[in-house]
Design a protein around this ligand. Structure first.
Ligand SMILES: [Zn+2]
Length: 293
């Protein structure tokens, strides 16, 4: 006897859509654009987002709050303007991976857990209907019994071991970033376990499992960087202000990281802004650009 699949394809699609929409709604109320992603480089605690108040001339900002439950006090002076922090993170990350094809990981055969979740969901639904008198006790009992049988079948299935596969999406990380909302970006960064550790002179990004995608597409070493300020360890020396030039230990403690110096980012941004202004002014005009020394 052939057993019926627990869900047909249409039901699967509906279910995954429902799950996705619930997740998204939950996240929407978040006030921090980067909660779960940005941390203090000195103590490792999460950076807190502090809303601005334009009437009082207060900027949006992030600061280290420490971690009371771990007895970590807030780091003094670990404060970052939102208008600096987000672009710095964006530039650092996309500078390293922006040109690569966005890959997404799929874990094949997670189906057992998913099927069980669906059956449990249906059971809950039946219970609700029973409680609201939309279902007779007899109908409830027989439907639950049949679901319980399904459940047991699924539990006893011998499944192949889950395998994670990275597949290309046909667009670059930069393109995806551009078309995504701040919420979507944050959820995506969290999903891939990307963590950004901010200090005043340096930002170190733990690329999480994106490193697998980066490795597959080639890592830019220091002699061929997409940006001069960024390296992936292991590990190219960078010189930080006032510290000896040498092979630094990884700032994030992980094997691979993307590092950006504030002064490099700031200089680059200044140049870009100047260029943008020039272009805005220079439409139609002949501009004399002084030769650089
Ligand atoms: Zn701190």
């Amino acid at each position: 006897m052939r057993s019926e699949p627990v869900l047909n394809e249409e039901e699967w699609t509906k279910l995954s859509e429902a799950v996705a929409s619930v997740k998204y709604k939950k996240q929407k109320g978040s006030t921090s654009p980067t909660v779960g992603v940005t941390f203090c480089l000195l103590c490792g605690s999460a950076l807190y987002f502090v809303k601005g108040d334009p009437a009082k001339g207060k900027h949006e900002r992030y600061r280290c709050h420490g971690n009371k439950s771990k007895g970590i006090q807030a780091c003094p002076k670990q404060r970052f303007w939102a208008e600096d922090l987000y672009p710095w993170l964006e530039s650092t990350l996309l500078g390293e991976i922006g040109h690569l094809e966005r890959m997404e990981s799929t874990t094949i055969d997670d189906s057992r857990a998913a099927k069980l979740a669906v059956i449990d969901g249906k059971m809950n639904q039946l219970l609700k209907e029973l409680q609201q008198d939309e279902l007779s006790a007899v109908a409830y009992a027989s439907q639950v019994a049949s679901l319980a049988q399904d459940r047991e079948k699924v539990t006893n299935l011998e499944g192949p071991k889950p395998v994670t596969v990275w597949t290309g999406t046909g667009e670059s990380y930069a393109e995806w970033w551009e078309r995504s909302s701040v919420d979507e970006r944050r959820e995506w960064l969290k999903k891939h376990k990307v963590k950004a550790y901010f200090g005043h002179d340096v930002l170190a990004v733990d690329p999480g499992d994106l490193i697998e995608s980066i490795k597959q597409q080639g890592i830019s070493y220091w002699d061929l960087p997409s940006k001069s300020s960024q390296v992936l360890s292991p590990i190219t020396p960078i010189s930080l202000h006032g510290k000896p030039y040498g092979k630094p230990k990884p700032l994030t403690g992980v094997e691979w990281e993307i590092v950006s110096r504030w002064e490099d980012f700031d200089a680059e941004r200044t140049t870009q802004r100047a260029k943008g202004q020039e272009e805005a002014q220079g439409a139609g005009e002949v501009t004399v650009v002084p030769a650089s020394a």
